[in-house]
Design a protein around this ligand. Structure first.
Ligand code: ZN
Length: 97
């Protein structure tokens, strides 16, 4: 499996499509900032912090008026793309006709 990275443009397109001009539910403003860096929540079941394993790849979307931050699951956005550096290029550029 090749490594994936988040395509910020695809993510923003996804949010525009799904959210439209949705306003912040707390303050009513609509000035959002999308952070295209993945963050995650740490599972601390029974007070023990789990390191590694499965995690939720979340993208913070922050209201620039009040700071309300919504976490969007980046997998649902389908905005991951191959980094393309797992096999040193595919060399498949045939264009003969
Ligand atoms: Zn707000």
């Amino acid at each position: 499996m090749s490594p994936k990275k988040l395509d910020g443009q695809k993510l923003i397109q996804f949010l525009n499509q799904k959210w439209g001009n949705e306003k912040c539910p707390l303050c009513g403003h609509g000035n959002w900032n999308v952070d295209t860096n993945i963050v995650t929540l740490i599972n601390a079941t029974d007070g023990v912090i789990q390191v590694g394993g499965n995690y939720l790849p979340l993208v913070p979307v922050t209201c620039m008026n009040c700071g309300n931050t919504i976490l969007v699951n980046a997998v649902v956005s389908n905005a991951f793309v191959d980094t393309g550096n797992s096999e040193g290029g595919n060399g498949n550029q045939s264009e003969s006709k």
